[in-house]
Write a protein that binds this ligand. Structure first.
Ligand SMILES: Cc1cc2nc3c(=O)[nH]c(=O)nc-3n(C[C@H](O)[C@H](O)[C@H](O)COP(=O)(O)O)c2cc1C
Length: 185
């Protein structure tokens, strides 16, 4: 498999079930992948731009792994992108360092998938909420290779040991689906 970089944008993996399980599974099954846990590396949000750009340069496949927070990526992942995707590096007349790299989104939501529709509680589809990532790929000349997601892994549905085990099982399945996609790229 090509060089895989997985950027975890969860703001607190110590309180996570879904993203933690996905990352643990990926770490076991893709031992060569580089996994970056932004919450552990940058609890103060002070991103080491040079170090993060070097990781991007080494990667062929870039996975953004995150829980949906307020219909988007969590703040620490937004910060990482704001800092790392700099004019002259990722975009601008001389910024082409991400050109032809492949971007994959891997995310979890608290709400069930049915709520993400024009008639549902969220009012928009998940794909519509992801437009900013597709636009980022367009500007930085990365290839957007789609998303792997798991819905309904909310705090409200992890109130018993059985429900927690169910969310963990869904998260392992999620990791397997992600690996299957990566193997095709
Ligand atoms: C600050 C915050 C905002 C959230 N916003 C959303 C949201 O907009 N849509 C949604 O479906 N779930 C939302 N959730 C639920 C998370 O997506 C859910 O808790 C997460 O995917 C579970 O993953 P974890 O076990 O790795 O934390 C939010 C949770 C938090 C804490």
């Amino acid at each position: 498999m090509k060089n895989v970089l997985i950027i975890s944008g969860h703001t607190d993996l110590s309180s996570s079930i879904a993203n933690k399980t996905i990352l643990d599974t990926l770490s076991k099954r893709l031992p060569k992948a580089e996994i970056v846990k932004l919450d552990e590396l940058y609890p103060d949000f002070k991103i080491d731009v040079e170090a993060e750009q070097q990781k991007l340069l080494r990667a062929d496949l870039i996975v953004l792994q995150f829980p949906i927070f307020w219909y988007s990526a969590p703040s620490i992942l937004e910060r990482w992108m704001e800092e790392t995707f700099r004019h002259g590096f990722s975009h601008g007349s001389t910024g082409n360092k991400l050109k032809d790299k492949k971007l994959i989104l891997s995310f979890t939501t608290g709400a069930p998938e049915e709520m993400y529709s024009h008639d549902g509680a969220m009012g928009y589809t998940l794909d519509e909420f992801l437009a900013c990532f597709r636009a980022t790929c367009r500007l930085t000349q990365m290839e957007y290779c789609g998303s792997i997601y798991t819905c309904g892994v909310s705090y409200g549905s992890r109130t018993t040991p059985e429900l927690i085990e169910n969310q963990k099982a869904l998260s392992v399945e999620h990791a397997v689906r992600l690996i299957q996609l990566l193997e095709t790229l």
